[in-house]
Design a binder for this molecule. Structure first.
Ligand code: RIB
Ligand code: CA
Length: 313
């Protein structure tokens, strides 16, 4: 069996691409996909997770968790980037599923079922992770590793000058997770912004006979439109897919032990991630931070993964 992972997502088209990559990779056992509000509302995020799973219909369906309203979520979303439904106005029909458990309970249950063996890959705001840690105070020590997409080390934010979107959406939860005694790796915008996929991506995706190819060809046009209209880019960032690749192909990435925290106050700085890089740092190191990657190799690994071509040792 592959590495046990939980994907905590706020789909969003870039989350959807990461899910395509994860569900198709034999190196991973996706034990759960838990929805969180972020790119879209918690309700829409839960619906989008169900829609993506139904479209991909993986051999083994993971447990699904339902997102709920966070206590202190800042009112922001990415519907202008990914469409009003977060998935390019595809409005997929979703079969009415049995009542889904809350995401934080699914996380607690899955980690308790396999102590020290589960990697949580957090690709949205950290609401669910923080709630799971509050629900089960022993959980931080029982999680194998948490890999987090978010924050910045020295670069600018993407939702404010100071803050990256996932941290900005729920800074209190982000601070709870940063300060928890869990094994964390952060993949910040400084690195994920370096991957920009152009229109030639459409020539390199699987064809429509493949469920991944079919889904991405329905979703990606909106992402390209959003990036062109909002940022004037002729390409898209795939922050979540790069983050997942750091789990699948760690040898392509460079990390550094650092001490980081999250600002929860300040009109200008709320959601900013702050790292103690003083000559004589006083903060204790609490995470590994990805500082570099072999970009071209990462891009080729993404394309290979989407096409079902996996590295063979
Ligand atoms: O800042 C990028 C992150 O915010 C990505 O995870 C994107 O999906 C949004 O959640
Ligand atoms: Ca996301």
């Amino acid at each position: 069996m592959g590495r046990k992972v939980i994907l905590d997502v706020d789909p969003g088209i870039d989350d959807a691409m990461a899910l395509c990559l994860a569900l198709g990779n034999p190196d991973l056992e996706v034990v759960a996909i838990t929805a969180v509000g972020g790119n879209v509302s918690p309700t829409q995020s839960t619906r989008n997770v169900q829609a993506i799973i139904e479209q991909l219909d993986p051999p083994r369906w993971p447990r699904l968790g339902a997102a709920s309203e966070p206590d202190n979520r800042l009112a922001v979303d990415r519907r202008s980037l990914y469409g009003s439904d977060g998935l390019g106005e595809t409005s997929f029909a979703v079969a009415e599923r049995q009542h889904l458990l809350p995401s934080e309970k699914v996380i607690c249950d899955q980690v308790r079922d396999a102590p020290h063996l589960v990697t949580i890959i957090a690709l949205g705001p950290l609401t669910n992770i923080a709630r799971a840690f509050i629900r089960d105070p022993e959980l931080p020590a029982l999680v194998g590793q948490i890999v987090i997409m978010g924050g910045t080390v020295s670069g600018p934010g993407n939702i404010t000058p100071a803050a990256e979107f996932n941290m900005f959406c729920d800074p209190v939860s982000a601070q709870t997770v940063f300060r928890s005694p869990s094994t964390k790796t952060l993949v910040p915008l400084d690195v994920t912004n370096r991957v920009e996929l152009g229109y030639d991506l459409f020539n390199r995706l699987p064809d429509e006979s493949n469920r991944t190819g079919q889904l991405l060809r329905q979703l990606l046009p909106q992402a390209f439109r959003g990036y062109r209209q909002q940022f004037g880019l002729e390409g898209i960032h795939v922050h979540d897919t790069v983050t997942l690749m750091s789990v699948l192909r760690p040898e392509l990435f460079t990390t550094k032990s650092m001490a980081g925290d999250v600002e929860t106050q300040g009109d200008l700085t709320i959601g900013a991630t702050v790292f103690d890089r003083r000559r004589a740092p006083a903060w204790r190191h609490n995470m590994e931070v990805v500082t570099d990657m072999r970009k071209n190799a990462v891009v080729e690994a993404i394309i290979d993964g989407l096409n079902g071509r996996f590295r063979h040792e």
